[in-house]
Every structure is written in C-alpha cells, then in structure tokens.
Design a protein around this ligand. Structure first.
Ligand code: G6P
Length: 612
C-alpha cells in the first residue's frame, strides 16, 4: 500500500512527482504529501487525495529539482495531515517517504524517546526519520551509510526514499518487501512504486531487489549496495509498458474501460499460447515442469480477494478436466496455519499485482518446505513473479481500477489453459473434449463482446436496485465462484452489503433473510446444475424475493420466474465464469456510479496490498 515517487535531475521535480502520485493513487489515497528542496526543504502534506494536496499547495513555492512524494493508505495512525508523509527529522535536515510497515517500531520509538527525540505523528515511519538522523550524527557518517545502518536495525517491510539538506545532490532509496523501481534518464533519476510514473520519461529501469539500497547522485552513475554493504551491478531493463495503457481512453472510469477491454485482454492472455485448429497449447513457463505436475498428488492454489476467486474457478477446472486434487487457500490463512506441505506439492500463486504481502509470504513458506511454485501474475517483474519457480503472465495490461475486472478474466483464462495442459499431458481428457474446450475458449472474446452489448439494459436494472441495502448472489458449480466475485464487486465499490453463496446452501441460512426487499442475483445459465438452480429460484420467489437472473440466450424457464434477466451466450460449462462475471461487473459498476461512489478508488481499499 502507499505510493511513492521521487525525482532528482535537471527538471522541476514538482509536476513530475504530482503526476506520478496521481498514477499511483490506486495504492492508497487517504492523504498525500511532497517535499521539495530549494535551498531549504519545503514540505506540504494534507489529508485527502493528491488533488487536495495540489489545492493545499496553491501558489506556494514548489521550486526544486529534487523531491519526494507520497500517497498514503493508513496503517499506523489515522489519515490526517500530521500522519501524512513525508516525515522529517527534528532538526529539519532529513525527510523521507515510506511504503510498508516497520514492525519493531514500538521498541525503536521507546529507545529514541529515551534519547530525547520527540514524535509528532502516530506513524511507524517517523521512527525511521529520527533513527537515520540519529545514526548520521552519532556515527558521523554520510547519508547512505546512515540509511544502511538504520535498516539493519529495523524489521518489517519498507520502500523508502530519503532526502537531506546536507547532501542536496543525492537521494537514497531502499527496499524490502515493498516494490520499488528506479528510472534512469539523462542526468536524472526517478523512483516509484511501479513504472507508471516513470514511463513517459524513460524506458530504462532497474527493479530494486530485497534489502538493496540505491544511491541516486545527480553527478554520478547509479550505485546499488545491499544493507550488508555488498556492491551490486545494476541490472537495467527496458520497460514494455506504454502510456496509452494507463490512461482512461474516453471512458468515465478506469473500471468501465477495463470491463470493456476484456475481449482484448482475454485474447492477449491467450496470444501465442494456443492453436485451437491443431489442438495445441504452449505455456512456455510451465513446460519444463509438466512432468512434475503430472506426478503431483495435489495442487494447492493460493491468492487473496478476486485472485482467490479465480483460484476457486481453477479448482473446478483442474479437478474436472485434469483429475488432480486441488485445495484453494486464502494466502493469509495458509501462511499462519502450519500447513502440511512437501516437495511433491505444486503451489499455484495467483496475484494481479504480484505484490500482495500475504501471497508472497505464503509462497516463501511453501518454498521453504520444498514445494514447486507457479505464479499467475499480471504485473511483469513483480515480487511474486520473481519469487516463483516458473509461471505464466496474464498479459491483461495495467489494471488501474481498484476493483479487479479484466485481471480476473485473464487469470481464469490462463488457469483454463493450465488445466487443459495438465489434462492433456496426463491423458485425463479425450482428444475431442480437449479440442472442444480449447475451441470454445478461443471464442470467448467474441462472446464477451456480445455480453457488453447488454450494458444499457444492465444500467436500467442497476437503477432499480441502487438503493437496496443488501444483495444475495447465488450460483452452483462453476458459477459459485462467480457469485462470490459478483458480491465482492458490489461490496467493494457501492458499499452495499452483499453475500455470495452456493445456491443450494441458501436454505441453510441466507433464506431467512429473504423478503420483498432482498434482491437475489442468480447465475442460472444452461449447464449441469440448471434444473437445480431453477428450484432454488423458486424457493426465493416463494418468499417474495426479487430475482435478477443471468441466463443463457433463448432461455424460457427462468425468464418466466425472474423479475429481471440478463442474457449471455451459450458456452461450455467450464467457461461460464468468463462470460457470466461480466454482467455482474457492469451491475456493480452502474449501481456504484448511481450512488455517487468513487468507483476507481473505493474508500478504505487499495489495489496493491503490501501489508499483511
Ligand atoms: C486487493 C484488491 C483486490 C485484489 C486483492 C488481491 O484487495 O483490491 O482487487 O483482488 O487485493 O490482489 P492481487 O494483486 O494479489 O491479485
């Protein structure tokens, strides 16, 4: 959580940092701040978004060719002006920004208070400002060495950038557990939590590795050392990201743009990997491990939030098509429940951002027990992508809306390819079934195009339910994870309480909630559980609940019972989640817009959850 941006070079730092912070607001947006050096250090920070910070700054002095900026997602201390970053040393010499959590901040703070330091904020970050400055004075070192010594005393996660008056030509950046990328321009350096603030200035970047410190000196080449003082040769990579991909392109919100991008993003996630005519799937990343997967006694899937829902779909797919037992776990539970895991296990870690702290920790745990780990990530070069043994990128392009949409369908697409590959390799699937599912998968982008045409009708349905206080989402089989995902989308962006349930489980509890005020969204597409779901709809209707049904085009039976229907094209059961989730994304989007919610940046949430 939290986004950081810093600049040192020949240009004015302020516009670069502000623009960069806006791009990183998906990481947190409860307060923001900036520090610029112009003889003296000027610090401006306030509660609210980056645009509030701009208003707050107004026409004050924003001169300076070196500066640091931060957009916050509060962990320690409520979102207010004082807790906003940057934080600074008492003598005003040093300022810093931080993304992560300093776990031993309590002990360090007590010690610093004993030494006579005063704290103004409730944050863990302020400890770093005092500690680095204290070491700098006590050991009479330069800034880099003071940062290095301080980082040897802290435990937890950090991506920090430090700037000080005494060395106005240097920025010091360091990372552990939180992402950090450094852009290298002509006589200038950029630092950011991801590449989006950097992309329009340079394509040459270095992803900082764990416990590395970067020294950005205006007059020198980039220097990297570890916190143990080992020199590292910077590995400069070229960015593939383009600017267009991170802009709204005519849509009102990123979320809507990303929903509408799904035909293309799904195509991109399959590109170069399938040949439906010849019945070939080629997943470069997993090829060399196919034998190991073939012999695996089980597959464990880990993820959080929407990625966990994609994992549930994968459980159905892999067990159904490849006949390998699968367990799906919340990464946050898995890592702390002393799981039984060994070297025969295959773990698939799913993550859009590739930075989710719980998923990363769960990977490390499974790795330490000898398991083979595959990553299904969207962000290339992310921490999870680097921590896994092998994997497949989802290639959905940057996802900016905090509520995940196109990343989910890209994850499910890639996981379908993985399931089919395993099935083929194990001989668990007939040739004709393999061909048929693969062929149907290749038609999904066109079918989603058709679903998107129901947008206006969904907008109308949304207008009928925008004031509802609760929603229930029901689905069976492959549609159960979709019900969970539909409910999550609504909760996240409209703040309406919603629950997803396996349709048949309704009678064990949620049915007690049903009355004329309870809208029930049912995924009732043609497939194995159709008749059963029809019965569940009847049970809801008998209790005066309102049914919004997602049905297969041409359906008659459910149409007669439901109050509102949304038609989706017919497709193989295994691929229903890819099609039926789209109307649910649109429904929550329109309801949220009608309720005046901030769709792209819902309250209290963040896109990249780098704290546990
Ligand atoms: C946050 C986001 C969700 C996302 C989850 C897991 O909660 O708001 O949209 O599904 O994290 O993130 P990951 O990047 O690991 O998929």
């Amino acid at each position: 959580m939290c986004g950081i941006v810093a600049y040192i070079g020949e240009k004015q730092a302020y516009p670069i940092i502000i623009k960069g912070l806006k791009r990183l607001e998906y990481r947190g947006y409860d307060s923001a701040g900036i520090a610029l050096m112009d003889n003296d250090i000027n610090i401006y920070k306030c509660k609210g978004k980056v645009s509030d910070l701009e208003k707050f700054i107004g026409d004050r002095n924003v001169n300076g060719t070196i500066g640091i900026g931060h957009t916050r997602w509060a962990t320690h201390g409520e979102p207010n002006d004082v807790n906003a970053h940057p934080h600074y040393s008492e003598d005003g010499n040093l300022v810093l920004i931080h993304n992560g959590i300093i776990e031993n901040y309590g002990t360090l703070k007590t010690e610093l208070i004993r030494l006579g330091y005063h704290f103004t904020s409730e944050t863990d970050t302020e400890v770093l400002a005092h500690l680095i400055n204290h070491i700098r004075k006590r050991a009479n070192t330069d800034l880099v060495e003071a940062v290095r010594l301080a980082l040897n005393e802290v435990s937890g996660a950090y991506a920090i950038v430090v700037m000080e008056k005494k060395q106005p030509d240097v920025l010091v950046a360091a990372k552990k557990g939180s992402p950090m990328v450094i852009g290298i321009g002509d006589n200038e350096y950029f630092v950011a939590s991801d590449a989006s603030p950097i992309i329009e200035y340079t394509k040459n970047v270095v992803y900082l590795e764990e416990e590395e410190i970067a020294v950005l000196d205006r007059k020198k080449n980039l220097r990297i050392i570890t916190i143990k003082n080992k020199d590292i040769t910077p590995y400069i990579q070229e960015l593939e990201l383009n600017l267009e991909a991170i802009e709204k392109g005519g849509f009102d919100h990123f979320m809507l743009k990303e929903i509408f991008e799904q035909p293309r993003s799904i195509l991109d996630s399959m590109r170069g990997r399938i040949n439906p005519e010849k019945g070939i799937i080629q997943m470069g990343g997993i090829l060399e491990y196919l034998q190991k997967i073939k012999n695996a006694e089980r597959i464990i899937i880990i993820g959080c939030g929407t990625s966990w829902h994609a994992g549930l779909v994968a459980e159905y797919l892999i067990e159904d098509l490849a006949r390998v037992p699968v367990e799906v776990e919340y990464a946050s539970e898995f890592r702390y429940r002393n799981p039984i895991i060994n070297e025969k296990d295959i773990v698939i870690a799913i993550s859009q951002s590739g930075e989710t702290a719980d998923t990363l920790a769960a990977i490390e745990l499974a790795k330490s027990k000898g398991a083979t780990i595959f990553g299904v990530c969207n962000v290339a070069g992310s921490s999870i992508a680097r921590a896994t043994h092998a994997g497949a990128y989802t290639h959905a392009g940057p996802e900016i809306g905090v509520a995940s949409t196109k990343a989910f369908t890209a994850q499910v697409t890639v996981l379908t390819l993985i399931a089919l590959s395993i099935a083929q390799h194990k001989g668990a699937i007939t040739k004709s079934r393999f061909h048929q599912v693969l062929h149907d998968l290749s038609t999904v982008p066109d079918l989603i195009d058709r679903v998107l045409k129901t947008n206006e009708q969904i907008e109308y349905i949304a207008s009928m339910f925008k004031d509802a206080r609760n929603f229930l989402y029901l689905g069976r089989g492959y549609s159960f994870p979709v019900a969970l995902e539909g409910a999550l989308k609504l909760k996240e962006i409209s703040y309406i309480h919603a629950e997803g349930y396996p349709a048949a489980e309704m009678k064990h509890g949620p049915i007690a909630l049903i009355d004329e005020n309870m809208p029930v969204v049912v995924i009732a597409t043609k497939g194995a559980s159709y008749e059963k779901v029809v019965s569940n709809i009847q049970e809801v209707k008998a209790r005066k609940g309102t049914i919004i049904a997602v049905v297969t085009e041409g359906d008659v039976q459910v149409k007669e019972m439901a109050d509102y229907v949304i038609e989706v094209p017919e497709i193989d059961d295994t691929l229903i989640p890819l099609i039926s989730v789209v109307p649910l994304q649109l429904l929550s989007y329109h309801i949220a817009v009608m309720r005046g919610c901030n769709v792209d940046q819902p309250r209290n949430l963040a896109k990249s959850v780098t704290v546990e």
